[in-house]
Each structure stands twice: as structure tokens, then as C-alpha cells.
Design a protein around this ligand. Sequence first.
Ligand SMILES: [Mn+2]
Length: 379
Amino acid sequence: MTDAPDQTHGFDRSTLQGMQGLRRLAQIPETAQHRAVQQGLEFGLEAAPSVQDRRISTFSRGAQPAFAGINTFLKAPYCEDVREIGRYDAAIIGVPFDMGTTYRSGCRFGPQAVRRISAVYDSYSLDLAVDLEEELALCDAGDVFVIPSNIEKTFDQIDRAVSHVVSQGVFPVIIGGDHSIGYPDVRAIAKHVDGNVGIIHFDRHIDIQERDMDERMHTTHWFHATNIPNVPPENLVQIGIGGWYGSRPGLSVAYERDTTVMTIGDVEKLGIDKATEIALEVAWKDAAAVFLSFDIDSVDGGIAPGTGSPEPGGLLPREALHALRTIAKEGICGMEVIEISPPYDTSDSTAQLGCRAIMDVLGVLVAEGRLGRRATHES
Ligand SMILES: [Mn+2]
């Protein structure tokens, strides 16, 4: 294949993302995959003689079959000894905590649901022309030891866990858990950032009241996060907010602190590209880093029903994923995907969307040379 314009069909096929992706993927060696197959054969023993494909082992030890095996996120290595986390570029951190929920609970099962459905995926993307297995040292750090009955002790545990990962230069991807963990997530990251941290927050709910039912529930995290000296509310942008419930007191706080709030109506009127552009401008204004917080309930409840506080009329998955990829292009200091409540999910569609959000963001970070091998080799 050449890079010359391809006019065979009366238009230049080489301008198609699909054709460009095929070319780029053909250039990425499948070294890590080959290594995984070898290890599978070693650990899982050679297959029965009747099996013709000799890459298959007796015990499933790799990605296949997708429905077999012990799942980490994308079957990435389990970093059981977290003192070794510095060997990786990025780490999945599960936070199975849902005592901050104010309606339906169940998102303590979010990390496991996302891990389980992640097994359906291979590591490459044609759209992004990346291969995460080949180009990113990703691990699954397992879950934080949350204290189920105590929000404040859990916050301290999360802060300590995320801070450990970030202090080793590893990009944190946090899977909740309810949204109350947004506060300790930001608290952990902000102390490692020299300068201000902006937050891009996708949600149907504003989540910035001081307390809810006397505690720091999943309606309060941005109040406390924007009290951190280097996390100014002027750099908090909230996309998709609206509907008929969430937090009346929080609306007053957002107004007083002057956060930037975009409703779904705003997104509709502006279009997702312009809305995302505004979000990036606000979050990055005089900031050194931007944190991405993706509440799965920002997506319409008909498509993402597995969540604690659903609200009709949210984003479509294609809009949400497009916005996340656009934000990732500019670089982020960490990401959380929260409020996935598997007991209310159907066909794993909500967990799968959460998984895709993470994969798309990681894919873009790798493709843009902000994380992983291209960052090391091409900068
Ligand atoms: Mn929400």
C-alpha cells in the first residue's frame, strides 16, 4: 500500500479514516500479543492434538475466549503489588463504594461489571488507529479497600490510593463507585500538580452542594473539590446538567461560585463540537492540568439505564464519546467513570459504555503521544 491518492473509485479513498486506520495498524507490530500467546502456551499448556491453531492453550490464559478467564480490565496485568505500579504508564483503580448515593445504590459493583464486559474487547481500534496492548503499559491495580459504612474514611483511603499511583508517574483511571469519590480523586491528584487543576464534568446533576442529608454524599463533591486552593471553581465546567432533580442547593452554589454550566439544551444548540471547545477553554484557562469526570448518567437513561439517578433526555453515546475523545486530545491528568450500577443495567450496556469511555480516552492519549510508547518514542 502506498500513501499516494487513491482515485480508483472517483474519490480519494486515502482520506477515509477507515483506510488510514488500516494503514496505521498494519505498521504497529504485534509483539505484545505474540508474547501473550507464548506465555499462554507456557502457563496454560499446549492444546489437545486435535486443535489445529497451535497458538491456543489448554487452559485459557490470555484474551480468548472473551467469556473465559479471570477478568482484569481488558485482561491487563494485575498489579497485585502496588509498590510496583511505577512500571506501568496507566492504571485502572476500582473504587467499589456506593454509600454516597441518595437514591438507588449498587454502583459498588461498577468496577467488576466494567472489568467483566471489557473482556469482549480486543486492544486495537480502527477508528483511532491504536493498539493499547502494543502501545500502552496498562495495568489493573485492583480495588481500593473502601470502608463501606464510613464515607470520610473511604475518602481518605481513595486519596491515599490515587495519590500513590500518581506519585509514581502513572496515569490514573478510576472506576466508581458513586460520584462522591470525585472529591478524594481530585484531592489526590491536585497535590501532585504544580498549578491549577481544571475539571470537565459530564453529568445530568450539578453535584456542588455542601452537604446532603448531613453528609458529603454524591451530590457534594465539587463543593469540597473547589475548596482546594489549586482547584478554582472558575475552572469547573459542567456539561449536560438539567432535568427535574439533582440538587436545588447545588444550583445556588454553582451560581455563587460561578462555575460554567451547560445544559443538554446548550449542547443541542451549540452542537457537541462547540460545547466541547468551550469546555476546554474554560477548564484550561490558566490551569496546569485538567481532570475528566464522566458520570454515566450524563447519557440518556434509555441507553444507559444501569445507574443510580437516571434522568431522561441526556447525551447520546456517540456525542459523549466524541466529546471525551476531543477532550483527551488536549491531555488530561486523570479520569473517573462513575455511577455505573449493574443491578439496574440491562445487557451490560451501561457498563460497556463506561468501558468504551475509558478505552476511547486511553486510545486518544496514546494516539496523540501523551501516554504510552508513542510518547516515549516520538517525542
Ligand atoms: Mn449524576
